[in-house]
Write a new protein. Sequence first.
Length: 451
Amino acid sequence: MRRQRRQPSAEPGSAGREPKAVRGVTLLRVASARTFASLRRHRNYRLFFAGQLTSVAGTWMQNIALAWLVVSIAPHSRGLALAILTICRFGPFTVLGLLAGVVTDRFDNRRTVIVTQAVQMFFSGVLAAITLLGHVQLWEVYSIAALTGIALVFDAPSRQNLTFQMVGRDELPNAIALNSSLFNTARIFGPALAGIVIATWGAGWAFAINTVSYTAVLAGLLAMRKSELFPLSDRRHPTFWRGTREGFAYARRNRTVLTILLMMVVFASVSFNFNILLPLLAKNTLVAGPRTFGIISACFGAGALVGALSAAMIANARWRIMFAGAAGFGLCELVLAPLHSTALAGVLLFICGIFFTSYTANSNTAIQLASADYIRGRVLGLYYYAWNGLAPLGGVLVGYMCDHGGTQLAFFVGGGSALGVTALGVAAVKRPPREVQARPLAEPAAERLAA
C-alpha cells in the first residue's frame, strides 16, 4: 500500500500558527473597516469631515492664541484674566444655551450650521485685523470672544443633529467617534502650529489662518446633497418656552439622559477647564513659554486622538467604558497635580487625553441614541448647556484656585470631583429603574449601555 503524504496543515505546530495569523489579519481588517465605516458609506459625511478637519485645526489655533494674547496683555492676575475670557466665550451658553436646542428641533440643521460658521468666520477676521494692526485691547478680545460664543451656542447642537442626519442611527456611534478623532487630530496640530506661529509672527497671524480655514467647512456644507440626508421622524416646531420645558421633562424621565447630564455638569465645571489650566501650567508651574504650551496641549490631543480611534472601532456605547474613562481622567489629574517636569506632564496629559475621549465620545453617543428624533435637538441643547453653560462659574473657580494655590490645587480638586461624581453615576445606574421608558426609541441605547 502506498503511504499517503501528510498534508502541511497536519504538521505539528503549523496548525496553530496559520489559523492564528489568519484570524489576526481578519480582525485587523474588520477593525479598520469598522473604524472608518461612516466615511466609506456616506458622501455627505465625507464632505463634512474634510471641511471640519481644516476648520477645527484653525479653531484650535485661535483658542491657543486667544489664551496667550490675554496672558500677554494682562500680565498680573493671569488666572482671573483667563477666567474672564472663559466667561466671555461660554457665558452665551449660560444665557442662551437652553433655547439653542429648540432652534435645532425647529429649523433646518444644515442651514443653521452654514449661518453659524459664516458668523464665526467674520468675527475671526475682525480679531485678526485689530491684532495685526497692533492696537488690540483686552476689552476688544473679550467682546469678540463673547460674540463668537453666541454663534457657537446655536452651532453645537445643530451640528450634532446634522451628524445624525448624515449617517443615520446605525452609524452614529462610529461618526461621533470619528468626529472626536477629527477634533483631537486638530488638537494635536493646532496648538503645536499655534505655538510656532505665535512665537515667530504673533497671535494675529494665528487668527488670520483660522479665518481662512472656515472656507473649507462652508464649501463642504454647500456641496452636500440634501436628498441623501436621513429624515428626522415626527419633526415638530416647538415654541421656545414650551419646547424648553418639554426638554427638561424628557431628561427627568430618561435615566440615561439624566445620569449623563448630571455627570457632565460636574466634569465640565471643575475638571475640564484646560483652556485655563494648560497656559498656566506652562507659564507658571513649568516656567516655560508658548512652545511648551503648544507641546503639552498637543500631548493631550494625541492621547484624545488615540481614545477616539479606539472608540470608533466599538460598535456600541457602554456604561463600563464611559465610567472607566471618567474615573481614569480623574485619576490622571490627581497624579498630574504635584508634577513640575515638562516630560512627565506631557506623558500624563497623553494618558489623560485617552480617558477624556473614552468618556466624552461614549456619553455623546449614548445621549443621542437614548433620545427620540423629535426632541433630540433639545436634549443636545441640555447636554451642551451642561458642558458649556456652567463653564463661566467653573472658570472663575478654577482661575481663583490657580491664583491662590497654583495649578496643583486646581488639578487636585478637578480630579477628586471627577472620581466622586463617577462613583455616584455608577451607583445611579445600578439602582433598579423606577419606570419603563415610554418611547421605544430610547430603549436600544439603554440596553447597550447596560451591557
